[in-house]
Design a binder for this molecule. Sequence first.
Ligand SMILES: Cc1cc2nc3c(=O)[nH]c(=O)nc-3n(C[C@H](O)[C@H](O)[C@H](O)COP(=O)(O)OP(=O)(O)OC[C@H]3O[C@@H](n4cnc5c(N)ncnc54)[C@H](O)[C@@H]3O)c2cc1C
Ligand SMILES: NC(=O)c1ccc[n+]([C@@H]2O[C@H](COP(=O)([O-])OP(=O)(O)OC[C@H]3O[C@@H](n4cnc5c(N)ncnc54)[C@H](OP(=O)(O)O)[C@@H]3O)[C@@H](O)[C@H]2O)c1
Ligand SMILES: *[C@@H]1O[C@H](CO)[C@@H](O)[C@H](O)[C@H]1NC(C)=O
Ligand SMILES: *[C@@H]1O[C@H](CO)[C@@H](O)[C@H](O)[C@H]1NC(C)=O
Length: 759
Amino acid sequence: MLLSYIFFLLSWTSIAWGLSNRPSDFCFGGCELALGIFTFNSTTPDHDHRSRAQKACDNTFQIPSLYLCLRIYCTENERLRGLDAKNETCRREAGVSLPPWEIVDQYGEEDVNRLRHLMEEDIEGGREGSLSEVVVLSRGLFRLAFDTLDAVFFEARIHNAYGRAMYYLWVVIIAIGLSSHLGQYLLTSRHHHPKWQSLPGDDEEGDTMEEPSMKWKRSIFDKPYVLIKRYVTVPATFGYKRSQNVGWCTIPTRVQSLAIGAFVGINIVLCSCSYRVFANNIYWPRVSDQILRYFADRTGIISTANLPLIWAFGIRNNTLLWLTGWDFATYNNFHRWVARVSTLEAVLHSLAYTVMIVAGEGSVKEAWTYYLTYYQQKYFVNGVLATILMVAILVASVYPLRRNFYEIFLWLHIVLSIFVIITMYYHVEIFRGYTNYIWPCVFIWVFDRAVRFLRTISFNLKFWNTKAVTAYGSRTNIVRIVVPYSSSFLKPRPGTFYYIYTLNSWTFWENHPFTLAYSTPELSDSSPSNSPSSSLSLGTIKTTTPSSSLTFIIRPYNGFTSRLRISAIHRPATQRVLIEGPYGETQPFHRYENVLFVVGGTGIAVPLSYLSVLLNGEARTRRVGVVWAVREVEFLEEVLGKDFSGRGGEGNVEAEVEVRLTAYITRRGGEDKDDEGEGMGVGVGQEISMGMGRRVKVLRGRPNVFDEVENAALEAGDESLAVVACGPGMMADDARRAVVEMLGRGYGRIEYFEESFNW
Ligand SMILES: Cc1cc2nc3c(=O)[nH]c(=O)nc-3n(C[C@H](O)[C@H](O)[C@H](O)COP(=O)(O)OP(=O)(O)OC[C@H]3O[C@@H](n4cnc5c(N)ncnc54)[C@H](O)[C@@H]3O)c2cc1C
Ligand SMILES: NC(=O)c1ccc[n+]([C@@H]2O[C@H](COP(=O)([O-])OP(=O)(O)OC[C@H]3O[C@@H](n4cnc5c(N)ncnc54)[C@H](OP(=O)(O)O)[C@@H]3O)[C@@H](O)[C@H]2O)c1
Ligand SMILES: *[C@@H]1O[C@H](CO)[C@@H](O)[C@H](O)[C@H]1NC(C)=O
Ligand SMILES: *[C@@H]1O[C@H](CO)[C@@H](O)[C@H](O)[C@H]1NC(C)=O
């Protein structure tokens, strides 16, 4: 028992120390290891006071045996290097020097043959008896020792290499994402030269003047691209559900599933291959023990190597987001899967070690007592805690909790993660090198928090002094927040979102993401006369719409948003807020001739936000369709009156771009209210023009998303079409499926985008 414990510690430390070992060192190590199995009688009487290390440095039987082994099996080089190191260690730790090499000169060929030869069979007895003679190791025994070291160091190297393989895999996945991001960019910009690169009026002929070589390239590259879109990038993994939940799970798209599948697969493969095992290994004679041990180390190391990935994929300020163009939800999926795999590996690691510890014991009681002795080791206790905490995080992240008690989920997540980092640190601290996997987690986290703070102060240096106007309409059931942004360094861009904190509440740390509906002055307006810098009205807002402001349209739910609603339930309230942002990417909708937004409820913020770029006269867009499912007719009226009519008008005076809003009122307000469109001059069912190329049609009932996408595709024909969904899960899934279907029908120039309000 004690022996196995010593072997256990010894092999751990040698694994850590030996990371740089080359096979040539195994010769010296093999001699030492094989001789170390046996106990040599100490000739000096005061052996009680002498440490093990000291005895191994000047034992009159052991040292000559070692020298003989070196003489027989090792090269001069291996011998010198090994002895020099050992001599040094002996001097440092035991205060004695090794006897000179020449002491073995007295053993001639004949003498050696006469000495006792230790065989493989002697191992068992050797662990008990004590040798009072100089011995020679048989070739077989030396070979076993050599192979043992070779296997242990091979495994140590391969564990680490496989741990690093996780990074190579994600580099490949992200490189693919990056190139497809670039490819998408190039494909959309190659077909038609952007208008701003050609002379005014030229763009109509752009298509016909396309060089023949361009046409050829287009057909050659388009086919596979369309096929990839149709079968890989757009569809949900199993056909339909992507935004909607299936039970407690969300199903990623096929590309994401491929990436996740590759990751899970590689973890399974790398945890189950490259086990160099053989019978009579000196550390663990049984093959099953070797497998158990190597498997335990493998899963432990790969699990640790995965930790930085969990942090890298989970943070808000993830640079990979804009490199690959994948959204936060995608990386959030990766975050979850890496965490799941890493936790499973940690559990397997712990189980394997527990089995190893208790396996050799006779009774349950003995096993338990022996197991408890491990709890005197700091690293062991921390390891056990780390595994338990990782499992706890997983359990505390189940969908119902995330969904219904988001703040509790978040706090548990943060606190437990901090403890995982601490316990993991103390678990791997004694094994040199592995804290290299822990520090990155800390750095990533600190980096994210720092950038979050930078974003907050870049929005307003006096971040505590941003005063927003919150208004709530009981009939629309919508909260509007208007925030002055004249002090922001970063210009608001369409399609981005901001995290909002309210400082006057006792949960001032609570923050939630909201899409920028629009900003005044117009988002893309860069003419200096309109620039926000002329406005210095910050902090003294009297009107509900300050001269340069961001507008957010928010649906109150149960938590934070409900408190926003209550704060403004009677009259608009001015309150201190903290704005962290902008986050997210502006999608290149302006490069599509046709854009169709399919949105529900507050999802209307997305088309509103993009209208100004689509209509600024520089976009290639000719037709914008907005299909909007809205419950409250008052919400529709408000948006039509306040937000829709004036947006982006300046660039579209000649009505070059046709904007068609089809609103579907889904809540039945009684038949007598059939003419409720009157307030805005829109009757149900009829289409009216609002000027500047804008037409509005109000219908009842839910939109048929498939038909809407189909119609848009038919209308677009050969032109490019971006379908943008932002609404309830089922709506987005309908839109996604419709796009896949239309791709299949040969409308290859459709692209699908989703702005998710849920992750
Ligand atoms: C990128 C993005 C943009 C959004 N834009 C808008 C918008 O323009 N208008 C709008 O009305 N809503 C928007 N939302 C949704 C909005 O963030 C949630 O409605 C809000 O966080 C709910 O807060 P609550 O405490 O009232 O929610 P609760 O009633 O506690 O929970 C409601 C739901 O919101 C989810 N949720 C809660 N907090 C967060 C959070 N911090 N991050 C993500 N999800 C959360 C919960 O899981 C739950 O599903 C957006 C969400 C995202 C992710
Ligand atoms: N889950 C949350 O707690 C939460 C919080 C904030 C935002 N969000 C998300 O933000 C978006 C808008 O939220 P909201 O509260 O403003 O929305 P909302 O008021 O519920 O409006 C959604 C609209 O979409 C319609 N709709 C739903 N499914 C549809 C389908 N399959 N086909 C066609 N129309 C459909 C609804 O019609 P009916 O009236 O017939 O249902 C309703 O008119 C949604 O994605 C929502 O999930 C979610
Ligand atoms: C060890 O050596 C001493 C004398 O050097 C001897 O008396 C003793 O019997 C030896 N013990 C064994 C176990 O060989
Ligand atoms: C170990 O060091 C001592 C003192 O420096 C030296 O005399 C001895 O020869 C060395 N032994 C070996 C094997 O190198």
